[in-house]
Design a protein around this ligand. Structure first.
Ligand SMILES: Cc1cc2nc3c(=O)[nH]c(=O)nc-3n(C[C@H](O)[C@H](O)[C@H](O)COP(=O)(O)O)c2cc1C
Length: 256
């Protein structure tokens, strides 16, 4: 088994950024054993932000999941992680590669922040439950034809600076909880500073966790877009906030 994603696979994931969408209607049938094995094989090859953070994934049926507003799907992938460091960013970064893999393989998926595992499921893992991704065969159109079909903020609302259009566009199209798009980018010649929206007091409880996962998703899109240009990707947190952006908190800097 390959340890890292192949060049071809990364290219497919990158292209999926421009056509993916959340799928909430699924055919009842399960995926084949081979398809499920391929998914688990893919998960062994994904990139991580922090190799020191342990995590595990479990593919379960609907009877292991509870939610006030359900999404009916044949499969639910539950993500568990050691709760340390940037584990929520790490979770978003890892699972977004899988979300794009589904789109690239004509399957459907949707992040499912409202889901919770049932109690016995929780007891089975020593790690903290983070989030669920549902997936299966789509029972609705599963690709977008063009970037105009994405409901997103304009680039000018989420960035400052004139550099690296392709990289910023890849972030702009990323999915986020309730489509909140909590990112802001300050783009300079050799670096991009990433910021996260500061949630207001009322939204804080739910969004604190979800927005961190969203930022991990944005980083996955950035990574694939940088890689597509055959360039390297290094993330740092600068000791001093590089620039103030009203309503947003500095998260990290991408050195190009
Ligand atoms: C962290 C996260 C949690 C989400 N939770 C849910 C959810 O519980 N239910 C749901 O229907 N969609 C959920 N979504 C999907 C978003 O609503 C969706 O990504 C967003 O509206 C953008 O639409 P698109 O994915 O079709 O581009 C979630 C997305 C993210 C990134």
């Amino acid at each position: 088994m390959e340890k890292n994603l192949t060049v071809e696979l990364k290219k497919e994931l990158y292209q999926s950024i421009y056509m993916r969408k959340s799928i909430r209607k699924y055919k009842k049938e399960k995926l084949s054993a081979q398809q499920l094995a391929d998914i688990n094989g893919f998960l062994k090859q994904v990139s991580v932000l922090d190799p020191e953070i342990k995590y595990e994934t479990k593919i379960v049926n609907s009877d292991a999941v509870k939610s006030l507003i359900p999404i009916k799907a044949p499969h639910y992938l539950q993500f568990f992680s050691e709760a340390k460091g940037n584990y929520l960013l790490n979770a978003g970064f890892i699972l977004q590669q899988l979300d794009l893999y589904f789109a690239a393989n004509n399957l459907g998926s949707c992040w499912f922040g409202l889901a919770k595992p049932k109690k016995d499921q929780l007891a089975e893992s020593e790690l903290e439950y983070v989030i669920t991704l549902v997936f299966g065969k789509p029972d609705e159109e599963n690709h977008r034809d063009s970037v105009e079909d994405f409901e997103r903020k304009s680039l000018s609302e989420i960035k400052r600076g004139q550099n690296h259009y392709d990289l910023l566009e890849a972030v702009r199209l990323a999915p986020s909880a309730t489509n909140g798009q909590p990112w802001f980018l300050v783009s300079e010649a050799a670096q991009i500073h990433l910021y996260q929206k500061s949630p207001n007091f009322i939204k804080k409880f739910f969004y604190q966790k979800m927005n961190k996962i969203d930022m991990g998703i944005a980083l996955a899109h950035l990574w694939l877009a940088v890689d597509h240009l055959n360039r390297d990707f290094k993330i740092e947190k600068l000791a001093e906030v590089p620039a103030e952006v009203e309503g947003y908190n500095y998260l990290c800097t991408l050195k190009l």
